[in-house]
Design a protein around this ligand. Structure first.
Ligand SMILES: Cc1cc2nc3c(=O)[nH]c(=O)nc-3n(C[C@H](O)[C@H](O)[C@H](O)COP(=O)(O)O)c2cc1C
Length: 157
């Protein structure tokens, strides 16, 4: 590549925010009518792709909902968001929060798997109005605190 061309392409990359890290949090509903859905497969695919794309994050799953945090460069996160919206293994995807960040929170994980269970049902009750996990009933702050609590709980195991 010619120098001028390279400098143009660097300029475009920067314009597109490749150097900026963002964290996006969304919630969605598990598509139970899609027989193709398998949590292990989603996780495996997520981890494989994320490692390649420099994405880190956490995924909370129960039998009805997904709650996911993804961190990475701005164009990469936007590209993933578009794929996620089209993925029919879930529906009603709703973005809860999206911020530029100085540093990653989930840098240890290409995708940490977190599961609300009997062992951590106190965390569910602490941050929601009901004892069952429903992220659509939670505020962005509650969601953030809830994921932190689940992750901490899991790290202590
Ligand atoms: C709940 C859920 C979470 C997902 N998380 C990720 C993810 O973190 N990274 C990823 O690359 N794909 C993730 N996917 C899969 C994407 O929607 C999409 O199928 C995949 O990125 C396409 O990859 P491909 O272009 O390599 O086929 C997720 C799918 C679901 C349903």
């Amino acid at each position: 590549m010619e120098l001028a061309e390279r400098s143009e392409s660097n300029h475009l990359n920067l314009q597109h925010g490749e150097n900026i890290i963002i964290r996006l949090t969304y919630i969605s509903c598990y598509n139970t009518s899609n027989a193709n859905i398998e949590v292990a497969r989603i996780l495996e695919q997520a981890r494989r792709n994320n490692e390649r794309n420099g994405i880190t994050g956490a995924l909370v799953i129960n039998e009805s909902y997904f709650l996911q945090v993804i961190e990475g460069s701005r164009p990469i996160i936007n590209a993933l968001l578009q794929k996620l919206v089209k993925d029919d293994r879930h529906f009603s995807l709703s973005v809860v929060e999206c911020h530029e960040i100085e540093q990653r929170r989930w840098s240890k994980w290409s995708m940490q798997y977190l599961k609300p269970s009997d062992g951590n049902k106190e965390d569910v009750l602490k941050f929601s109005s009901s004892a069952t996990f429903n992220p659509y009933l939670m505020s962005a702050t509650q969601i953030r605190l809830f994921i932190e609590a689940l992750s901490k709980h899991q790290e202590e195991q």
